[in-house]
Design a protein around this ligand. Sequence first.
Ligand SMILES: Nc1nc2c(c(=O)[nH]1)N[C@H]1C(S)=C(S)[C@@H](COP(=O)(O)O)O[C@H]1N2
Ligand SMILES: [Mo]
Length: 508
Amino acid sequence: MSSLGGRALGGIAAAAVAVGAAQLVGAGFGPRADVRTAVGSSVIELTPGPVKEWAIGTFGMSDKLVLSVLVLVVVAAIAALAGIAESPRRPLGSVMVVAAGVLGGAAVLSRNGATVVDLVPTVVGAVCGVAVLRFLVSKRFTGPQQKPGVEEPDRARRRSLVTLALLTVGVASGVAGAVITRLMSSVAGDRQAFALPKPDVTAAPIPAAVQPKGVALPSFVTSNADFYRIDTALAVPQLSRTDWKLRIHGMVDREVTYSYPDLDRFEVVEKPVTLTCVSNPVGGDLISNAVWTGYRVRDLLAGAGVHPDADMVLSMSVDGWTAGTPVQALTGGDALLAIGMNGEPLPIEHGYPARLVVPGLYGYVSATKWVVDLELTRFDRAEAYWTRLGWSARGPIKTESRIDVPRAGQDVPVGPVTFGGVAWAQNRGVRAVEVQMDDGEWQQATLGAGYSGDTWRLWSFNWVARDTGFHKITVRATDNTGYTQTAERADPVPDGATGWHSITFAVR
Ligand SMILES: Nc1nc2c(c(=O)[nH]1)N[C@H]1C(S)=C(S)[C@@H](COP(=O)(O)O)O[C@H]1N2
Ligand SMILES: [Mo]
């Protein structure tokens, strides 16, 4: 019997070999058989809504990294326990590995489109894990029984080396398997080869005046690289144009399924739209603006003939995420089945090869990425992903504004200075932005040129810093209906945050 630490390490090595073998074998089976991603996705699925919201609010776009590290730590801890629990006569640790394999297998099977064949890598991994655990407690490894507490130094060293070697092999095959899986399933090449069709209806040119001068604000059009990203997909779905199909069914006259080439018969429309996440806290950065290229959803729906009593379109992604959108938001305005973003094919993480972009609605009720299914239904019959978790079924974007300059805690030199930020009220449009310095009067900010009601508006404000010390700037927007954003603080749950954004800074 080796030391407690040695046995714990042995358990971790066994887990590494198990996961490594599963990843390596999994490379031959494709992403659906990936037990690591399946477990992570199930954890996301099973996490209560408020905890998810907290995680997005706390970790923002690093939420998935934090989750991965957390799962790794938990797996390592359980593996260490399994290593300690394993003994030659009572294979308790092996039972734990088999149990973990069963849970992993259940996670794999629970994913959209998985079959029994996808279990093979998990089974192979579990078998390898048990084999390593059994080996580590075998006579061959531990050597003949010794007096308790007496340990031959050479043998102990050899054992640590073997354990570390197993750990290394496990981790290396895991990394290799993950990399091979990613390379083999990636649609990066498919995307590269895609020439975005020329728009039939081009967007009005964006005037230079949308961008206020003299202050470093976010660009009116967010670059694809800077565009915020939020989704529940632990591994970005890889769906080629050839494999993509959009099925429209439910309360329609005739079910239709469009393939990518079928889209050619529809008009290609280009349109700037600002997307916003319902989880965006006051002052948060889960909002970005892009010029989208795509097809009008209403044109696609017309082919199916929507029943008049359908009031919701339940859209679904290839990985089973859903959003519930009011039918009239899709038939009324220029809601798009977007295939392009800022003149390029959609980036894979933003929904390649096709996603929905619906002006005026938060992403969670409208902006389905990797979209493959539209079901015409009713709000009193169907519930989408976030609504099931306690979010509101309807998610119109609220009138809000944000200060980008100054940043919290920033030092401002005495003298003239220009502040600024963004304001939004899709699809009403922003009419005015006001700024309050300390507890003074509300003053009009200077607005960048407005583009459309569906896009955000940048603003700036000239100020002269006179008194050194701390100061506060507060902002509020008024939309084109005349509504001024409320000071009342509301959490992102259940239908979007409200309240005025303010920043405290120092004049020096
Ligand atoms: N398939 C899928 N689509 C999705 C989501 C998701 O989790 N899965 N999240 C939605 C949410 S909550 C938002 S705010 C937007 C964000 O789109 P972006 O990542 O392109 O900025 O995507 C929406 N579309
Ligand atoms: Mo969101």
